[in-house]
Design a protein around this ligand. Structure first.
Ligand code: FES
Length: 104
């Protein structure tokens, strides 16, 4: 099911940074790296910490709680790729970032 939701303005997300946006009652992390935008569920699969409070270096996101590292392009935990964070398609339109939450 397609469910595009407006998240924030591109002007409000600097390169190499990430923010939390509440969409449909869920914490969604939006990041910008190399002029690409990414959206992931902002909920670490280890113990549920908010990931946007961690570190972002290129495509690597480090959880602030116990330093698990994820690839924001795929949501995969780099040490054990079978553990993933849900990721969502992103679209830019008229300076706005839209996320397809797929019905969540
Ligand atoms: S809660 Fe993220 S690494 Fe533990």
């Amino acid at each position: 099911m397609s469910s595009w939701v407006q998240a924030l303005k591109t002007a409000d997300l600097k390169p190499g940074t990430m923010v939390n946006v509440k969409l449909n009652g869920q914490n969604i992390l939006i990041a910008q790296v190399n002029e690409q935008y990414f959206a992931l569920l902002n909920d670490c699969p280890h113990l549920g910490c908010l990931l946007h409070r961690g570190k972002l270096q290129d495509y690597e996101l480090t959880c602030p709680c116990h330093d698990w590292i994820f690839d924001i392009r795929t949501g995969e935990f780099v040490t054990a790729p079978e553990i993933t964070i849900p990721t969502y398609p992103v679209r830019i339109e008229a300076g706005q970032i839209f996320v397809n939450l797929g019905g969540i």
